[in-house]
Write a protein that binds this ligand. Sequence first.
Ligand code: 13P
Length: 261
Amino acid sequence: MANRRPVIAGNWKMFKTVNEAEDYAVRFLEEVKEVTELDIILCAPFTALHPLKNELEESVVHLGAQNMSWADQGAYTGEISAQMLLDVACTYVILGHSERRELFGETDQEIAKKVQKALAAGLKPILCVGENLNVREEGKAAERVKGQVSLALSSLSAEELNPIVIAYEPIWAIGTGKTASSKDAQEMCAAIRTTLTGLMGPAAENVPILYGGSVKAENIAELLNEPDVDGALVGGASLDPLSFAKLVQNAAAVVARVEGI
Ligand code: 13P
């Protein structure tokens, strides 16, 4: 994780009602309220964002959404705009998650438009990229992921790109219990950083690159020890407040050790 501030983000996907989200927030905050070594983000379903805004106000936990529209407003039934997310105190938004690409047909072009809109509105996009098993077995994983990064970001200037966060999530590792080895994660995150350097120069050194795919409290430390892995985007293991808090605490312990606190 070099000198970058680590990020641990939970992606609840399509889980949790309003009551469940509120209950989670109270229990999670109790456990992590003293954690200052890293940025903690909860990416919740749209319906839970407003209640979470109230629960998380002035806490160490940041709020994120899991998708948004490339349009500002208008006749776009079923869509949610960047302004609507800002209105409920979101600072982050996941864009281009593999589930959106694979199950809902999102293209690289649409994702690029969403990233541009989020940045213009002042939201920090967590851009997800990752290869499927076929692509990995063909030895084309780095090529695929670098292509996804370029297609999403190449129309933006280095300055515009500053707030970006990238999540490398190999599709074969999502929800499967199969984590990429820390060496594989490092190799892919380093490849992504090289692409970012081509797009934004030395500022790429400041971009947090997260790994996602079966991250748990037990394997976060090993991943964070890699120089280009700056944190994690966590699905299943973020659903229980106490186990996600444990993951956050384990990550904070690595940061504290590295910084000699
Ligand atoms: P899991 O942690 O459940 O593998 O999900 C990863 C993911 O898709 C996070 O966005």
